[in-house]
Design a protein around this ligand. Structure first.
Ligand code: A3P
Length: 301
């Protein structure tokens, strides 16, 4: 987590994890056409979408009372593409193997759309989740502050904002990452679906139905009237997942490899926390960049 970032094809990637994973995926990974991908920038709601997609696709296999998510962190339910290819195509094992890898056909990735393997873009469906950049920035700052090696001086909010606005953040620039997927979703809506964290928070049933439909697993009328959608929403809610033992424990393979514990994926889980932490000037700066980069494209937060 203290690894530096380097710029590759306009995006800032960690060399041994993100870049290596991206290149290995481009050259070696052959998805099955029915594989489904979840793409996101870190801190945009990946954990939430992982749990929702896993629950939707497996709803006929696992009952809600005996569900893997009760004992498994969402990040361990299906593979992270970059780590998966590093583990499978090199001798470096990054400890990200899923406990349920074979029959789910789900992968999560942070790879920018322009750097995704062509086979994924051509043959598979991808769900992208985006979040207000102010909330992403604050969530990321907390996350990085927790994981920053103690021997380094703390990263101030001001310095972190400077870097974020310059595009220097994991898989950033934020705006380019979101925009590439946004454009892909407009050009190929059958292949790429764009979701927003805020929309899921505001109208969870509508968005979960939309998600299931895109995934090719629409809810039947009987399932709807049986409360299947609400059950999945409750199972995957921040309030529920964040309190489970598995998500509060402090040791797992990720903690050993990267210092990331399961609890680090759950902080507040609300919309608008960025505004509570940022000064009016900081908010103005981020909003201004967002307007400049996104307004004309129709993407807004
Ligand atoms: P906050 O730091 O604002 O609380 P990611 O999963 O992409 O790393 O994003 C992490 C962010 O999503 C954190 O935001 C985290 O609290 C929030 N989050 C995690 N699980 C969630 C859930 N089930 N519902 C809503 N938000 C969730």
């Amino acid at each position: 987590m203290s690894e530096h970032l380097l710029k590759y094809n306009h995006f800032w990637l960690t060399p041994t994890h993100a870049l290596k994973g991206t290149l290995l995926a481009q050259h070696h990974f052959s998805p099955h056409p029915s594989d489904l991908f979840l793409a996101s920038l870190p801190k945009s709601g990946t954990t939430w979408l992982r749990s929702l997609m896993f629950s939707i696709i497996n709803r006929h296999t696992f009952h809600i009372t005996n569900h893997p998510l009760l004992t498994t962190n969402p990040h361990d339910c299906f593979p992270f593409l970059e780590a998966h290819v590093c583990a499978n195509y090199t001798t470096t094992h990054l400890g990200d193997d899923s406990m349920f890898p074979s029959d789910n056909n789900l992968y999560a990735t942070h790879i920018p759309f322009s750097l995704l393997p062509v086979s994924v873009k051509d043959h598979c469906k991808t769900v992208y989740v985006a979040r207000d950049p102010k909330d992403v920035f604050i969530s990321k700052w907390h996350f990085m502050s927790e994981l920053r090696p103690k021997q380094l001086p703390p990263l101030t909010l001001e310095d972190a904002l400077e870097l974020f606005c310059d595009g220097v953040s994991h898989y950033g620039p934020y705006w380019n990452h979101a925009l590439e997927y946004w454009k892909a979703s407009l050009e190929h809506p059958e292949k790429v679906m764009f979701m927003k964290y805020e929309d899921i928070m505001r109208e969870p049933s509508v968005q979960v139905k939309r998600l299931a439909h895109f995934m090719g697993q629409p809810f039947t009328e009987a399932e709807e009237s049986d409360g299947e959608i609400e059950g999945i929403i409750r199972l995957c809610s921040f309030e529920h997942l964040s309190k489970l033992d598995v998500n509060t424990i402090t040791s797992n393979p990720r903690a050993a490899n990267f210092g990331v514990e399961n609890k680090h994926f759950f902080r507040k889980g609300v919309v608008g926390d960025g505004k509570n932490k940022l000064s009016p000037q900081m908010i103005h700066r981020l909003d201004q960049i967002t307007d400049q980069k996104l307004l004309a494209t129709g993407l807004c937060f």
